[in-house]
Write a protein that binds this ligand. Sequence first.
Ligand SMILES: [Zn+2]
Length: 115
Amino acid sequence: MKQTKGAARVRSPREEVDLPVVRNARPIRTCAGCRKRTTADRLLRIVADPTSRTGGEPVRLLPDPKRRLSGRGVHVHRSGQCLELALRKRALGRALRVEGKVDAGAVRTFFDSEA
Ligand SMILES: [Zn+2]
């Protein structure tokens, strides 16, 4: 095949797509269930109830939809699936530095009430 001068395009339009601009107002977090990264407003923040950290009882997990509770938090997608996935992988307790069992009852109730 002969090359025709002037016919070749320099680059395809697809290569010129701008990457999304990351703004501080929309922090990126990783879902502890599926490990996908997305903006924090699409995830549910979960914290460990500080009043249940003593003794041998399971540590209660609390939903923090407004992301206002203090302390270490962990995020999952706003679906029960990613919560259960994260629980099976023990990802929540690990992320929250909780030793032993966790009680996700309050978070499940939150998802149930949202559905
Ligand atoms: Zn997820």
